[in-house]
Design a protein around this ligand. Sequence first.
Ligand code: ZN
Length: 252
Amino acid sequence: MTVQGNILVAGTILAAPFIGSFIGTLVEDLPRGRLFARGRSRCDACAATLGPGDLVPLASFLLRRGRCAHCGAAIPRRLLLIELAALLLAIGIAALDPAGPRVPLDFAFAATLLAVALIDLDCLRLPDALTLPLLLAGLLATALRQPAALGAHAAGAALGYLGFTGLRLLWRLLRGIDALGAGDAKLLAAGGAWLPPAALPWAVVIAGLAGLAGVALWAVLRAEAGGGRLMRQRLPFGPALAVGLLAMRLAT
Ligand SMILES: [Zn+2]
């Protein structure tokens, strides 16, 4: 393990909870069009401006026992979970690549997928403001690290987009419904920029299995909560696709 590799791994793990904290803001504010519009961070309940001591990820939440220091209102537990998820992703990625050079890039990919998946779960929408930069970043990373593979990754991105768009239009023609969103095609294209083309079909297979598992889990939880009609419900495919893309990125 090189000194440079150590610094990359340690830096990524230390930065992860802060990036998780940013993802929490992003997930709340981006779909509502108010990202960066609120200025400094404030308590949602009492509007007190939060100081540096309130904004240390994980630690602030634990020290203040999940409550605002000014008014005592409960801080959404979800924020803590997102910070924790980002930290666990960074540790997992570092464990898979202990030499380090790929760790920051893989974590950036994973963190963006986490934000995309959470927004899709919330709003059934995959914002272009995340999928398109993810696509460009993937092409840029490939151009810098494996210039010979750039053409193949660009072709994979294009085929992924056309494949999902074709499926979407076919399904609309046959069944009159939108089974896939336009955002899913853009997310698969972004994945194509990051993955070798041969890995892309496997990412879709894993996404399909993850989606089925997610639906089954959701149906069980819902049945326990009193039932409800599942088949007419629109389901987000973005989180499942994010799982498939991340699994194949880390496996290749
Ligand atoms: Zn407060």
